[in-house]
Design a binder for this molecule. Structure first.
Ligand SMILES: [Zn+2]
Length: 696
């Protein structure tokens, strides 16, 4: 690992922040914090923390000694000066003489001494930063350090590698207890350049930003060199392959495996949509991951636990390990998956009950489901409430794999014991990092929308995304899809677009497979794509009628059939929403080629409701009327108005409410049906009121 310090960049950073009134000390703190945050071998996703001691002006304009320390909610990779709340230093230093301090009292002490009441809460390690006298303090969970301290004899290993240049502390619970012990360790060895925390990470410090940062790089590099030398001494290679080696998952099988797994991870929850709390999956399969999951001793090394306690809230302590996927016996594999998840949950409950029994204060069990699932031959699946959480878990686990490999190359990977981790997992200050707040009504669900590049489809995708659903967009129009996908992704949900002609069954199947690979499956399908064909029945061409049936009926059948195939693999219900038309009940003159397949689509919807209700699959339709969209090609709207003897304006608002119907009204109707848990086989009109079009 090399120092990325660059004089020019540092000067540029100082000059830039000076224009905002930010002093040099904090500007350089931001600069080297970003250097640290930008290297995933040092810290990941909000991990680590840094500080600088300087002065800050109080309201009277006096310069007050202050600690600028990383605030919660900020990531070192992208931190800005407001990410370093300033805390009065003197009252923090006074806490050194306090014999004990509860978490609540510590958080309170930090907040009441903020110079800006609106600033984010200082890091849980703020007192440690305050108690160390050096101006700059940097803290990471570097992979190489963890490989060295996650050993049966970490103190001896550290003494070998670092001599007396770093103090070494046994694992101590973070917060107030660690702050006092670290300060005493430093005072006993005031010449050290940093402190190694066994099973946790490394602190370095210095009088300048550069000194503290470069000490971090130097000591992590020293650990890297020791690991490289240690693993070169003819030791056994980590992750020896199983024999026979796990076969590569055949092409196409990932899309078949992922929904089985996602279904097995769904848990009953009366408060969740459809009564099932789902997970979003994220799959990875690099050479490094495959070596790890295909190893014959996977069940041993993968079950030893997280490399640093901070990671437990993201990955849980151990992954779920499944056997290689066997597509020829998919049904029994699905049963085995569900049993493995049930066993994992039972083991977690036992861990919780044992931990809660020892722990002071009442605790409520967290979601017991695994966050990492390992499948030999297939790689790693991460699970989360949303794709972002799953990606974070996967990133952390990929580094865990590196750390285990390095540690096994040196000796034996031996992280902190689960009993000690319980307090960390259930520490309120740790859980606070995950953020609070309820989930949106369609959170954890994946919605697939056809005809999504414009009109009703685009609006429906946006409305479902706003309710928390991840969205898969299908359309023939690749450019249109791109624009809609950008708008959907801006709402913060995972978004996938697949250019698809829904009249082609193979393309439909490929789109569902892409959704399964990306998110683990699909829960709600909105079969929306359609187009108007006109002509009086005796005069319309056979080709036109068949083309209309291809898109306005058979495409719905292709999409619905593919949806049911996927839903069956998930075994967590699902729903299909069809965009039919009021013409199914109330045909318009000269609109037969459009009306006939739409009427058949209503019958199709009812047949799906009937055939698959016992699997918890709901099937419903929206009958919209007179919505001005691209569905009406050039001149079609005018022709339809003329066929009724009306102006375009009168045609559009010719309903009981006297109001034109917009794409948003139709999108909202789809959402209403999606949330109507006990409704199936139904048609919801969106026509402003038209008694003649009522089902009868
Ligand atoms: Zn830490």
């Amino acid at each position: 690992m090399k120092s990325k310090w660059n004089d020019q960049d540092a000067a540029h950073c100082v000059a830039g922040y000076a224009r905002q009134g930010i002093g040099e000390a904090l500007a350089l703190r931001v600069y080297t914090s970003r250097l640290i945050g930008g290297d995933p071998a040092l810290v990941l996703h909000g991990g680590g923390n840094t500080s600088v001691k300087d002065v800050a002006p109080d309201l009277a304009g006096r310069a007050v000694p202050a600690l600028y320390v990383k605030g919660s909610g900020w990531d070192l990779a992208s931190i800005e000066p407001p990410g370093f709340p300033a805390v009065r230093l003197a009252p923090l230093l006074a806490l050194r003489d306090v014999p004990a301090l509860s978490d609540e009292a510590m958080v309170n002490a930090l907040r009441v001494n903020l110079l800006d009441a609106a600033a984010p809460s200082p890091s849980v390690e703020a007192l440690l930063h305050a108690f160390l006298p050096q101006r700059y303090v940097d803290h990471t969970h570097a992979d190489a350090i963890l490989a060295l301290v996650d050993q049966p004899d970490p103190q001896a290993r550290c003494a070998d590698v670092f001599g007396d240049r770093l103090a070494v502390l046994p694992f101590v619970f973070p917060g107030f207890p660690l702050a006092g012990i670290a300060a005493r360790a430093y005072e006993a060895q005031p010449d050290v350049e940093g402190i190694v925390l066994v099973h946790h990470g490394l602190f370095t410090f210095g009088e300048t930003a550069r000194e503290s940062y470069e000490r971090m790089i130097a000591w992590v590099s020293r650990a890297e060199a020791a690991l490289a030398a240690g693993s070169g001494k003819g030791r056994r290679k980590p992750f020896a392959a199983a024999s026979p080696p796990a076969a590569n998952l055949p092409k196409g099988h990932l899309a078949r495996l992922a929904p089985l797994l996602r279904g097995a991870l769904g848990s009953e929850d009366p408060l969740a949509a459809g009564g099932v709390r789902r997970m979003i999956l994220h799959h990875r399969s690099s050479a490094g991951i495959r070596a790890f999951v295909d190893g014959k001793e996977l069940g041993d090394y993968a079950r030893r636990g997280v490399s640093t306690p901070d990671h437990i809230i993201r990955t849980k302590n151990v992954p779920l390990i499944l056997p290689p996927y066997d597509d020829a016996h998919a049904d029994s594999y699905a049963v085995a998956c569900r049993q493995a998840v049930a066993d994992y949950v039972a083991e977690y409950k036992a861990y919780f009950e044992a931990g809660a029994g020892r722990s002071a204060g009442a605790k409520a069990m967290l979601d017991p489901l695994p966050r990492i699932v390992l499948v030999p031959g297939a790689g790693l699946f991460a699970a989360g409430r949303n794709e972002r959480e799953a990606v974070i878990a996967a990133d952390i686990y990929e580094h865990t794999i590196d750390i285990v490999r390095l540690a096994e190359g040196l000796g034996r990977y031996t992280p902190l014991e689960p009993q000690a981790l319980f307090e960390m997992e259930y520490w309120s200050l740790e859980q606070a990092k995950l953020g609070k707040g309820g989930e949106a009504p369609l959170a954890r669900q994946v919605t697939l929308v056809t005809g999504a590049a414009s009109g009703i489809g685009a609006e429906t995708a946006l409305i479902f995304a706003a309710q928390g659903a991840h969205v898969v967009l299908l359309d023939r129009d690749a450019r249109g899809l791109e624009a809609v996908a950008a708008r959907v992704a801006a709402t913060g949900v995972g978004t996938l677009s697949v250019t698809t002609d829904v009249t082609q069954p193979k393309q439909v199947a490929a789109a569902f497979a892409a959704a399964a690979v990306r998110f683990g499956g699909v829960d709600i399908v909105i079969s929306n794509a359609g187009k108007v064909w006109q002509g009086a029945m005796a005069d319309c061409s056979d080709a036109d009628l068949r083309a209309s049936f291809e898109l306005n009926f058979f495409a719905h059948q292709h999409v619905a059939a593919e949806a049911v195939r996927l839903f069956r693999r998930q075994q967590t219900g699902g729903q299909i929403l069809f965009n039919a038309s009021k013409s199914a009940f109330n045909p318009g003159p000269g609109l037969g080629p459009y009306t006939l397949p739409k009427a058949a689509t209503i019958a199709l919807m009812r047949q799906y409701a009937l055939d698959y209700g016992h699997l918890g699959i709901r099937s419903n339709a929206v009958n919209a009327d007179r919505v001005a969209t691209a569905l009406f090609g050039a001149g079609v709207l005018e022709a339809r108005a003329q066929a009724r003897g009306l102006s375009v304006e009168a045609y559009l608002s010719g309903n009981l409410l006297g109001k034109a119907v917009g794409v948003r009204d139709v999108a909202r109707a789809f959402l209403s049906l999606a949330l109507a848990e006990r409704t199936t086989g139904a048609v919801l009109p969106v026509d402003g009121g038209n008694i003649a079009a009522a089902p009868r």
